[in-house]
Design a protein. Sequence first.
Lengths: 160, 617
Amino acid sequence: MAYNNDIDWEKIDDIIDEYSSDKESLLMILQDINELYNFVPPETIPVLAQKLNVPKSLIYSVATFYKTISLEPRGKYIVNVCTGTACHVRGAEKIIDAVQDNLQIDTGQTTQDGLFTLETVRCLGCCAAGPVFTVNKNMHGGLDRSSALNIIDDYKKNAS
Amino acid sequence: MVKFENKEALESYIQELQAKAQSPDRGLISLCSGPGCIIHNSDKIRDTLTEEMEKHGIADKYEIRLTGCHGYCEQGPIMVIDPGGIFYPKVELENIPQIVENTLVNNEPAEKLLFKDPATKKRVVKEEDVPFYKLQTRSIFGKNRLIDPNSIDSYLAVGGYQSLTKALFEMKPKEIIAEIKSANLRGRGGGGFPAAIKWDSCSRHKGAKYVICNADEGDPGAYMDRGLLEGNPHLIIEGMLIGAFAMGSHEGYVYVRHEYPLAVANLAKAIDHAKQYGLLGEDILGSGFDFDLHISKGGGAFVCGESTALMASLEGKPGRPRAKYIHTSEKGFRDSPSNLNNVETWANVPLIIDKGAQWYASMGTDYSKGTKIFSLVGKVVNTGLVEVPMGTTLREIIFDIGGGIPKKKQFKAVQTGGPSGGCIPEQFLDTPVDFDELTKLGSIMGSGGMIVMDQDTCMVDVARYFIEFLIDESCGQCNPCREGLKQMMAVLTRICEGNGKQGDIELLEELGTMMQKFSLCGLGTSAPNPVLTTILYFRDEYEAHIYDKKCPAGVCKPLFHYEIDEEACTGCTLCAKKCPQEAISGEKKEPHEIDQEKCIKCGICYDICKFDAVAIR
């Protein structure tokens, strides 16, 4: 879905309606669109500006200020490595290094096949299970280099 | 679901629920299903448990209740069986048949699955006797294990919403504020500002007013608010209702982190249920008081935990703080009088109304009353959420409750207060923890994050970690914070890479003082704390990096290498097998050697060696 630029405008309208076109709900509207496409397609921004009656600059400002919103297409699987303090002292950096080496991308990038995006998040609040990462909504804990890579491999196999 | 038109209708319903809950012929199996336990299959455990109970024909004898976090995350998933309060830690799917047969059918504990006290080596049957719980005072958090967060009835059955009825029908708004004042409830978000002063000020303003709950728990390593919102959402709703009634507000918002989807879901359901019961909405229980509550999801910005930034975010704007010469209680959200408190602060309110200020103020120190929930994480044996009276010492929390440092390593420091806090070394372990004592040490209590660090943690790297975090999170509108952090990062990076030079420590101190004095908001003024406290207490580590070009903890890669100690090495070959680079060689039962050219310093050999033969040089 990540590279599918055919936007389902009806769904976008539904999202806007759900928040009664309220401009105070801009961030949540962007989050819902982000969830739908794994990013906020820039084509939606002029439409949002018109429907919420706000300047486009405000939408870009909000979309770039908040980390949960991406204006770039992202992969089918978003690997989010927790870099909270507890995970950091338990070796989150080693997990990031391992995933980066394996996928041949840096943090924030997407693999060429559009399968994986690697991101970091500051604390998921499962500190007892650290180091932790999520792949989309699934959580994986107690990671070390090899278990992290096994999990990534499982997702690769699932996709092929 | 029925809407309760008045107090009496609700009370008689509660009596019914309580009678049912006390019925002797039905037991309760409470199973922790916070995210930490879900990782360990707690949802599958429920299914297997149901199947096993059906096999024995006892499915209707016990209620399985999926609850929020029980706090002892290290031992998750946790199961507690009533009557008896039998405590099973680290429950695995294959243990279920035994638990069902021994405990549910034959009414006796499954000995081998019970918790083993590491100090006495004896098995412990009851939850309350487990050392981790025994030393705590869980007046807020203890109810989590009795409550199904998706059932308002389970909250009502443990006395829920009775503080609300007391407040609405037996107290005047001014009396409520007076009660909060004599309890001396101070804000749990980190500031420690007396809640009653804000409430009082907000209550004096006219017109539309808002009450807001700050659930944007951004401190990395802190998750007590998540534990409360997920496990006991009605407690927060009740606290906000009481506060709103006291201040004359009719609309409230809970601003929750996007990273906590379960908290958002549980809270949304709780709000729905409260509306259906007539505990939210118009003319609540016939009192004439109206109150509506909404959820707003954050976008992963740490600065939005700052109250004015949070309100900007609620208004749909980027979360940039403003100067606070205009108080929020006068002009806050939508330029209207607003009152913002943190999740845990709101959670304290029903308790104070229920048991009274005197009871509440009997716990704690002179100026910090009640209990505090800490998120005890990092290099500590018992990771989890710990609730203790204010004034409990760091040593009691980390060593008596937390069980000390794993793998017999040395304690080095405890980081409190998240990125705005500091690192406290061993000589201050007997400090009682409250708002004022930790401030004296250059740290803060903050919202309750407590990250334990051992000998393998590099304090310069920790400082750099927090500064890197804060660079990402600074909103960028004021120079001292934006530029100060960047410069600090440049200095810390060169120190960690072995390029530190004389004067760097002093430069960091100068930058830090400037930021403390001139930044606009709390994020900026407290941002240098991690650097300044590590310099204050661990200056020798900075000096080792700069002058000796060594990282004593073995974290900063350019400043150390691993070597195998010939005398300690037994030639077990484990490290050679596990090395991803095939950099370790040697004959069996002979000392091994690391090829420094191939070594990537991943640390696997250091972590797995059972003979401490891999040394940091």
